[in-house]
Design a binder for this molecule. Structure first.
Ligand code: NAD
Ligand code: GLY
Length: 361
């Protein structure tokens, strides 16, 4: 017997309200839950070459029980699948398979699949419903919630995309058992970020996680943090949602400079968090003991806190300037006054960023 699932609602204006269900072995009954939200008998499951062999059939069988037919489109696993022509390829495969505006999309996988399949759902026949079934820590605590979809450009991360909220998110924590260790660990960078901007006490809970921990309540806590931020500023117009970018301005640039292959997303964000901590200390007097708590949590998950010389500071700065967070020549940077007190500021100079990168060499 498993515990009952936890439900967290994302309360956006109609029709963008939805439920995030977090629990164990809930893939078995996902068809029933989906049929309660979507009145369509046909969908495409978009997944990757690691996740589809593990979970696509289970999802398909559950859909069949609820009278929904599906076909699966599988892309190669990894960040390198997040590019625009991949979106076109998937859309064309869907047309060939007879999908139209009455179909819907299930994103089955980590953040790469959520972002990629989300963009397909946003533009196929000008937008069809999306269900997120996240299978990594990153996607369960962060990327499946909030409606940001998109792909990378060679010039930078997530530069091409759309807002498209899911109709339902089903986070089966049993799927995390098949994550390789490195992919399991990287996911905690986003949870540590949530703790940094909203709930410093959660750092203790995060560092006490081990391979056999029951993660449901920690994941639900993170989902609730993300949901509240998105409710406050759905389209990132007011500045609050931008707080979720803590560590991402430099982290995304490091990820792109590494060719989207040297570092996993969470690993690049770990480096970005350490740099953001040091900028926060200089700018707002972010206390060193709080900065150390974040850094020690990253180290606990074997996340990198030092950058080798293979990627130069100039490369990182050049990529940062193409980023969405760089507006009218000013960097929009999130810095902390203390744990739980972020501020979006334009007071961070290129020199401060270069110095922060120098400190992690
Ligand atoms: P990912 O999707 O590449 O998954 C990591 C690896 O784990 C992949 O090789 C994948 O095939 C494998 N995998 C996934 N689930 C598995 C499972 N249950 N068992 C075994 N293997 C499994 O990466 P990720 O870390 O989940 O997501 C990173 C992406 O998320 C980045 O592209 C990032 O930009 C994006 N992101 C988006 C948002 C957003 O708000 N949209 C937020 C944070 C991150
Ligand atoms: N991951 C950043 C956001 O959802 O806004």
């Amino acid at each position: 017997m498993h515990k009952p699932p936890i439900s967290v609602r994302v309360n956006l204006s109609h029709p963008n309200n939805y439920e995030v269900i977090i629990g164990q072995n809930i893939l078995e009954t996902c068809g029933e839950k989906i049929a309660q939200q979507i009145y369509s008998q046909r969908c495409v499951i978009i997944s990757d070459s690691n996740v589809a062999p593990l979970y696509a059939d289970q999802v398909k069988q559950s859909l069949i029980k609820s009278g929904i037919s599906s076909n699966t489109v599988t892309v190669p696993a990894g960040e390198s699948s997040k590019f625009l022509s991949q979106v076109e390829g998937i859309c064309r495969e869907m047309i060939t398979n007879g999908h139209d505006r009455h179909s819907f999309v299930i994103a089955l996988g980590g953040g790469v699949i959520g972002d990629l399949a989300g963009l397909v759902a946003a533009i196929f026949y000008r937008g069809i419903p999306l269900i997120q079934i996240p299978t990594t820590i990153v996607s369960q605590v962060d990327s499946s919630i909030g409606g940001k979809t998109g792909v990378n450009a060679p010039e930078g991360k997530n530069l091409i995309g759309a807002f498209h909220q899911p109709k339902l998110v089903i986070a089966d924590t049993m799927t995390l058992k098949t994550l390789p260790e490195r992919e399991f660990n990287e996911g905690f960078a986003e949870a540590i970020k949530h703790a940094a901007i909203r709930d410093g006490d959660m750092l203790e809970e995060i560092v006490s996680v081990n391979a056999s921990s029951d993660l449901d309540s920690l994941i639900a806590k993170n989902v609730a943090i993300k949901a509240r931020v998105v409710e406050e500023d759905e389209k990132e117009l007011l500045g609050t949602r931008a707080h979720l970018n803590y560590g991402h301005t430099i982290g995304h640039a490091i990820e792109a400079a590494g060719g989207y292959g040297k570092f996993l997303h969470g690993e690049a964000i770990s480096l970005g968090l350490v740099c953001a901590n040091s900028i926060s200390s200089k700018l707002f007097g972010f206390p060193p003991d709080q900065s150390d708590r974040i850094k020690n949590a990253l180290i606990k998950f074997n996340l990198p806190v030092n950058l080798d010389k293979e990627i130069t500071t100039d490369e990182i700065l050049t990529i940062m300037k193409a980023d969405k967070k760089f507006e009218n020549g000013q960097i929009r940077f999130v810095a902390l006054h203390e744990l739980g007190k972020p501020e979006l500021t334009d007071k961070v100079s290129e020199t401060m960023i270069s110095e922060a990168i120098a400190e992690i060499r």
